[in-house]
Unconditional design. Structure first.
Length: 257
């Protein structure tokens, strides 16, 4: 049994904790309100003053000398150009790395090292990436360049694309990908010509067998003609027939789009 004095002490301590909790909650909400006030004030002033300064000339004219009228056309064009080039550089690298991590090496040492480095790049501030590119691409050449800007932006793009690609592919469960990197024997119009067809089938026979080894539900090739050639070769060699589909079609099926 708990004595009356003990109960009173516990009640007093509980009341003290409630008061401290109330004070802490009020201070936290006050700090949030203080921060939000300035945030919204800056946002409203930016929009108000920005809309007033927008005009056709702002978007179409070049940046003028001080105290003269002009626009931001060169800055807009330069930014769009660098972002576009960085996307062209970073996206293929990121997609290929993401596919490798999701389909080819999920638990190997290279995959673990890649994910570790990728996590570091994802959390690295953009100014750190900028300083890194400055150290390796600007300072040694003693000049600024658009190429350095593209490299810096690409380093920001790549880890995001890697993570997104890997996560997207992992959303499709119970999939197994068998990549066959050999010539199918089609070779443009070579395989469809009557005089070369038999030879093209001999050339592609290792591919047909490799495709049929795992008894796949689908086979795919980025070249539609080569895909049909493989299906035909599998049929002529008595191998299990699989449905042929373009890679993008398989992606659509996987996500039920």
């Amino acid at each position: 049994m708990m004595s009356a004095e003990m109960k009173q002490m516990r009640a007093a301590k509980f009341a003290q904790r409630n008061r401290l909790n109330y004070v802490a909650t009020v201070l936290a909400l006050s700090a949030m309100a203080f921060g939000l006030f300035w945030l919204f004030w800056i946002l409203i002033e930016t929009v108000r003053l920005g809309i007033g300064g927008l005009s056709y000339a702002t978007l179409t004219e070049m940046t003028p000398p001080p105290n003269e009228e002009g626009g931001l056309a060169n800055a807009i064009y330069g930014s769009a150009l660098m972002v576009g080039l960085a996307t062209l550089v970073g996206t293929p690298i990121g997609v290929m790395a993401g596919i490798y991590l999701a389909e080819f090496d999920r638990t190997g040492w290279l995959a673990n090292v890649t994910r570790f480095v990728n996590d570091i790049l994802l959390s690295a501030p953009s100014i750190v990436i900028g300083l890194f590119i400055y150290a390796i691409a600007v300072n040694p050449l003693k000049t600024f360049s658009a190429a350095a800007g593209v490299l810096a932006l690409a380093l920001i793009v790549i880890p995001v694309v890697i993570r997104t690609t890997e996560n997207m592919l992992q959303l499709v469960p119970d999939t197994k990908l068998n990549v066959v990197e050999r010539c199918s024997g089609h070779a443009g119009t070579y395989g469809v010509k009557k005089e070369f067809h038999a030879n093209s089938m001999k050339i592609g026979k290792p591919v047909f067998k490799a495709m049929a080894n795992d008894e796949p539900d689908y086979i795919s090739s980025d070249c539609q003609l080569a895909g049909h050639h493989i299906v035909q070769g599998m049929e002529e060699n008595g191998l299990k027939k699989a449905e042929m589909a373009h890679p993008l079609t398989l992606l659509r099926k996987a996500y039920a789009i």
